[in-house]
Design a protein around this ligand. Sequence first.
Ligand SMILES: Nc1nc2c(c(=O)[nH]1)N[C@H]1C(S)=C(S)[C@@H](COP(=O)(O)O)O[C@H]1N2
Ligand SMILES: [Mo]
Length: 262
Amino acid sequence: MQTSPKLNLTPKPAPSITPEQQKTVNRRTFLGFATLGLGALSGVLGWNWLRSQPEKDGVYAPLRSVLEANGSLNENVLYSNTHLAPQYPRSMAAADPRTNGEVGLDEEVELDAWKLTILPPKGGKSLEISFADIAALPKTELVFDFKCVEGWSEIQHWGGVRLSEVFRKYGIDTDFRYVGMATPDKKYYVGLEMASALHPQTLLAYESNGAELSLEQGYPLRLIVPMKYGIKNIKRIGTITLSNERPPDYWAEQGYDYHAGL
Ligand SMILES: Nc1nc2c(c(=O)[nH]1)N[C@H]1C(S)=C(S)[C@@H](COP(=O)(O)O)O[C@H]1N2
Ligand SMILES: [Mo]
């Protein structure tokens, strides 16, 4: 008599990945896309062909496709919360950190009147959080190399509360795909995928070198998102919006990569 092979119905454990493997994956995907990009630019397709292609968001469409492929990769792989930005001793932090970009910082700010408003996408109730409420949450400090797309970087020391902690404390639904943030006057705005918002180094910062922020640094509260270029580190946050659609993004509208990931 023949015995049928026994079916193994035990579910397979989810593949686990160590930080080391993660690094290798990141390096490989980077090399993969670098090669793809170079291949597209060299003889295979040609610069003239590229130049003849329609533009999308200020970038030739084929290059935009590569950016977008990298983008979805970012959403799925690169922003695992085990991938951390390198940290430095406090002694290495700039004593007088440089500032750059003042869009949305024109109005006067009064700390007592300032509120952080968190808005769900439709119909839901919005939540208003005072500065005192933010400052009462556990503080996280971070010394990292802040990088601007314009080509400068500087080691800086920031203090604030993890955005994930604010979401946890106020019971914010993190099943949404995106988090959008805007200045109170709505002139500067950024969008982040949820994984970046929940990253353990992503802070709502209210201190620089242990002191309150200057107006140019985004007083009273700004975003520090070390896995992204400076453009995503919005200064003077007024509103936070949860959504499943990509929130508008000031620099992405000017043709910069939406994810601006590092
Ligand atoms: N509200 C607002 N936030 C902003 C900007 C801006 O123009 N307005 N510029 C961005 C850019 S391009 C950079 S590099 C960083 C600079 O932050 P810093 O002034 O603390 O160096 O802020 C980002 N956040
Ligand atoms: Mo920047």
